[in-house]
Design a protein around this ligand. Structure first.
Ligand SMILES: Nc1ncnc2c1ncn2[C@@H]1O[C@H](COP(=O)(O)OP(=O)(O)O)[C@@H](O)[C@H]1O
Ligand SMILES: N[C@@H](CCC(=O)OP(=O)(O)O)C(=O)O
Length: 271
């Protein structure tokens, strides 16, 4: 399906896009993102927002100097930051007449058929009611997802791919702090070139991906490529693009070349 025709979109926004380097909310950017997503909603699309930021924003609110690393502090920070995030989203989406709902997920929920089906039912019901679901990991209770190994393996890039498959989205957009996937990590190699289209995530593509570029983000390109593999084989298009100007989403869904595009595998089957 061409991106212009995408009816159901999942948009994931990373911590480094949502916050300033000092950890405080980047209100102007979030306002723009909410306006664009509300406009998409008004145009008839189903919109799901997967948001990071709870731990980073909570840490700042608690006066911590840096993003916490130990589980207890991360859980506490997430509990504080999630409220601040949802308060802002609710307020901003409401100003465009949109109703939001919070869904906090853990991996256990999607690993079991009955809880997975419950989640699907919840998403479908919310979407049929015209609501915009706002999703994050339930960081305050999902201990195993917060520990370093599991977090590096997953995080919200993976979560957004799982959500896109669950709701059988047409497209997943990852808003990052960089324009897309480069042939090598541009933070280390200034001559790196943007790759506009990735038909298949093979060894060569995988070799180009490095880890997170800031102390705020987690996962870097490694987890984004894993997300791409998961969604494209399920018949869903994916795009990695710069989140600093959310209005570029208009160009993307008008069919223009923006960021790095991972077309759905034509043989991809919707589960
Ligand atoms: N090949 C690559 N192309 C682009 N970015 C890369 C690449 N390899 C590693 N990176 C890093 O991935 C970062 C984006 O991921 P991440 O830090 O998780 O941020 P976010 O949460 O905003 O998506 C970039 O800022 C960059 O430092
Ligand atoms: N769930 C965590 C974010 C996890 C994550 O993947 O973060 P990011 O790399 O900024 O998208 C939080 O809300 O702080």
């Amino acid at each position: 399906m061409a991106l212009q025709d995408a009816k159901r979109i999942v948009c994931k926004v990373g911590t480094s896009t949502l916050t300033y380097p000092n950890g405080r909310l980047h209100i102007r950017r979030i306002e723009k993102l909410v306006r664009v997503l509300s406009d998409f909603k008004n145009s008839g699309k189903d919109v799901i927002l997967v948001t990071s930021g709870a731990i980073g924003v909570g840490a700042t609110r608690l006066g911590l100097d840096e993003r916490p690393r130990d589980t207890r502090m991360m859980q506490a920070a997430a509990a504080v930051g999630q409220v601040e995030l949802m308060y802002l989203y609710d307020k901003l989406f409401l100003s465009y007449g949109q109703v939001v709902a919070q869904i906090l997920m853990t991996r256990i929920l999607t690993d079991h058929d009955s809880t997975r089906q419950n989640l699907v039912n919840t998403f479908e019901t919310l979407l049929s009611l015209g609501v915009i679901p706002v999703v994050n990991e339930n960081d305050s209770v999902a201990v195993e997802e917060l520990e370093e190994e599991a977090m590096a393996f997953g995080g919200n890039d993976t979560l957004s791919a799982v959500v896109a498959v669950l709701v059988q989205a047409d497209a997943l957009v990852l808003l990052s702090d960089i324009e897309g996937l480069f042939d090598k990590n541009p933070r280390e190699a200034p001559d790196a070139c943007l790759i506009p289209v990735v038909e298949s995530v093979d060894e060569r593509v995988r070799a180009s991906a490095g880890g997170a570029g800031s102390t705020l983000g987690t996962g870097g390109m490694v987890t984004k490529l894993e997300a791409a593999e998961m969604v494209t084989k399920n018949g869903i298009d994916m795009v990695i693009m710069d989140g600093s100007d959310p209005e570029k989403l208009y160009a993307l869904f008008d069919g223009k070349q923006v960021g790095t595009y991972f077309p759905a595998n034509p043989k991809g089957e919707r589960t």
